[in-house]
Design a protein around this ligand. Structure first.
Ligand code: DAK
Length: 258
């Protein structure tokens, strides 16, 4: 697929998707959503890619869904819109880890996209918000659920009901982001983390990610059962053999994803 609203690159074992609608602060329109889904599919199929970074520009990760595209849509048209739900679903259930590298505006659907990723690295200029209330709606891409799980009911309630934005430092304090770095470094920092993940066994990474996500969906007993099953499963991977042998032989493991 030819991309007009995103840029897709591969750097070693990392796939990098850059949102690229600077004139609209990377607002997510239907074209961008389609392209994101296609890019994620192709990076997932590419065995050489072990971790994905989703990023935007220094000024804006994304200012949310494209309001100009939604302004004349009624509820039936919105419900029939195929292009939004598949994106959250795709990112939320993506088998490979996704690091969001965010800077500037991270608002509405932009914040929901970042929160669907697994790790969030922020530039010191990042501002986070769910401002949908200001345009007469509410978060619809997972914001009420993911933000509440990330920062707790009271802070989430204030952000969602008043449209209050928080800065990167607050986001870090509240546990919404993994790291805050100078604006020149947010992509570099995300690459460092992605590179570390990409060196591990892709099988172990995939199952560990699934197990952590399970913790947000089920009770403790069911979560522990799920974890144990995946743990046993890893003992039939070649990567487990390689990892343990490499430790004993005092060398770096060569993980192949088998
Ligand atoms: N949509 C469309 N265009 C946008 C935009 C947006 N969300 N945000 C910014 N732009 C455009 C502006 O219209 C402007 O375009 P021109 O006027 O130059 O043509 C350009 O980007 C630059 O923006 P500003 O001139 O406003 O720049 P400022 O620095 O003054 O302000 C701002 C930046 C980010 C504070 C401001 O632009 C702003 O408040 N933007 C709107 C933020 C917002 O309300 N975001 C939430 C959108 S609603 C769904 C699931 C989820 C969603 C939808 C569906 N389903 C499951 C179906 C998500 C909904 C949302 O995200």
């Amino acid at each position: 697929m030819e991309y007009s609203t995103i840029i897709v690159q591969r750097e070693g074992r990392i796939g990098i998707i850059t949102l690229n609608r600077p004139e609209a602060l990377n607002a997510l329109n239907s074209q961008m959503v389609k392209e994101l889904i296609s890019a994620l599919d192709s990076l997932n199929q590419d065995e050489s890619v072990r971790c994905v970074i989703v990023t935007g520009s220094e000024r804006a990760f994304s200012a949310g869904a494209d309001i100009k595209e939604m302004v004349n849509m009624n509820s039936v048209q919105m419900a029939m819109t195929e292009h939004f739900f598949p994106l959250w679903d795709k990112v939320g259930r993506y088998p490979k880890p996704i690091v969001a590298a965010v800077s500037g505006f991270v608002l509405g659907g932009g914040l929901e996209l970042a929160m669907s990723c697994d790790i969030i690295v922020a530039s010191e200029t990042a501002v986070f918000g769910q401002p949908e209330i200001d345009i007469g709606v509410m978060p619809g891409g997972g914001g009420t659920q993911r933000l509440t799980r990330a920062i707790g009911k009271y802070k989430a309630m204030e952000m969602i009901l008043t449209g209050k934005r928080i800065n990167a430092e607050e986001a870090y304090k509240f546990g919404l982001v993994n790291a805050v770095v100078p604006k020149e470094l947010f992509i570099e920092e995300a690459k460092k983390i992605a590179t570390k993940i990409a060196e591990k066994s892709p099988v172990a990474v995939k199952l560990a990610k699934a197990a952590v996500n399970k913790a947000l969906e089920v009770g403790l007993t069911q979560g522990l059962d799920f974890e144990r099953e995946l743990f046993y499963l890893l003992f039939s991977s070649e990567d487990k053999q390689e990892g343990m042998k490499a430790f004993i032989e005092k060398r770096k493991p060569d993980f192949r994803g088998r």
